[in-house]
Design a protein around this ligand. Structure first.
Ligand code: SAM
Ligand code: DTB
Ligand code: SF4
Length: 345
């Protein structure tokens, strides 16, 4: 979202200073910014489907789908269109506003492009927002996807440029940035974020947020994943990320990218309700919804429904995927009245 009011010349020092605030001050600041730009009690939900699973030639050390690691996944060729339409219909019934299709490809071939175009057309025709994540894209492929109605392209930077070399050796950070530029130039919305738990330091997380926030136009969607440790991958034995560090990164993303949807992404099924609630308080306002991610488990639908009910968080409906600022103002003025009432006690 190119917007002259959005700061995109963040320095590491400025971001580090925010990151190091006392926890309560950090969450307060994140909430303040969150409420200016979003409805604090509404989240966007996306459903994910793997359309081609495993056999990927890349060597991302966290991934179950790389051909280089001996992991226990069911390899699957590109699924037929009818399976995808069925799942998208189900996702819509369950209340998702966006349907994301992921493929374990390094990059997109012309033959696969034609198949994906058909999928995007059909999912779009159901009235869902469309998102795909297919590896590297050329300029013209991005344009072709835009022409069939693609709304979002997911392509994560994962970590800092320095640490990325440790995580993946088969492509460069610049390759990732190039694809993001092709997506942006084609007019497709950008979904880009990272993973915590790769063995990186806090500074790598801050640098990741800096790169995303300083893009000429900030990503509309910023997924923050917590590593799902998959047996057989080099990162299976990694230490868990400190929960407060994770929440701090969510808050930092919210503050540095005020208008973006920050998605509490993979790893939610191992977070307890209190942790997830703090992530929402820190500014996360999007989740993956559905029993499965790509090859690993997600929180169950029942669990998510219970949690959202307890927190009185509503999900964004299809005709309401963008914020209604008038609605936010009404909520803010109600809060203002409560504040006045409290002051008068
Ligand atoms: N192959 C494409 C690519 O790499 O862009 C698309 C699919 S890939 C699985 C999508 C994203 O999922 C990755 O960029 C990574 O950020 C995330 N991811 C993959 N495996 C993960 C894991 N075990 N835990 C957390 N996030 C993971
Ligand atoms: C993203 O940032 N997270 C999603 C989506 N984009 C494609 C993928 C999570 C994958 C988790 C591991 C798995 O299920 O294989
Ligand atoms: Fe392949 Fe994507 Fe997994 Fe990397 S993250 S191994 S590119 S599927």
């Amino acid at each position: 979202m190119k917007n002259k009011d959005i700061k995109n010349n963040w320095t590491i020092d400025a971001l580090q200073e925010i990151y190091d605030l006392p926890f309560n001050d950090l969450l307060w600041k994140a909430q303040e910014i969150h409420r200016k730009h979003h409805d604090a009690n509404k989240i966007q939900i996306s459903t994910l489907m793997s359309i081609k699973t495993g056999g990927c030639p890349e060597d991302c050390k966290y991934c179950s789908q790389s051909i280089r690691y001996d992991t226990d996944i069911n390899l699957e060729k590109t699924l037929p269109l009818v399976d995808i339409i069925n799942q998208a219909q189900q996702a819509k019934k369950n209340g998702a506003s966006r349907f994301c299709m992921g493929a374990a490809w390094r990059n997109l071939t012309q033959r696969n492009l034609e198949k994906v175009k058909e999928m995007v057309r059909e999912v779009k025709a159901l009235g869902l927002e469309t998102c795909v994540t297919l590896g590297m894209l050329t300029d013209s492929q991005a344009k072709e996807l835009k022409n069939v109605g693609l709304d979002y392209y997911n392509h994560n930077l994962d970590t800092s440029e320095e640490y990325y070399k440790e995580v993946v050796t088969t492509r460069t950070y610049q390759d990732r940035l190039d694809t993001l530029q092709h997506v942006r130039d084609a007019g497709v919305k950008v979904c880009s974020g990272g993973i915590l738990g790769l063995g990186e330091e806090n500074i790598d997380r801050i640098k990741l947020i800096q790169v995303l926030a300083n893009l000429e136009t900030q990503p509309e969607s910023v997924p923050i994943n917590r590593l799902v440790r998959v047996e057989g991958t080099p990162y299976y034995e990694n230490n868990d990320v400190d929960e407060f560090d994770f929440i701090r990164v969510i808050a930092l993303a919210r503050i540095a990218m005020p208008k973006s949807y920050v998605r509490l992404s993979a790893g939610r099924d191992t977070m307890n309700d209190h942790m997830q609630s703090l992530c929402f308080l820190a500014g996360a306002n999007s989740i993956f919804y559905g029993e499965e991610l790509l090859t690993t488990k997600n929180s169950t639908i029942k669990h998510d429904q219970d949690l959202l009910r307890k927190l009185k968080i509503k999900t964004m409906s299809l005709d309401n995927s963008s914020n209604d600022s008038e609605d936010i103002n009404i909520k803010e003025s109600k809060l203002e009245n409560i504040n006045i009432a409290i002051k008068n006690i």
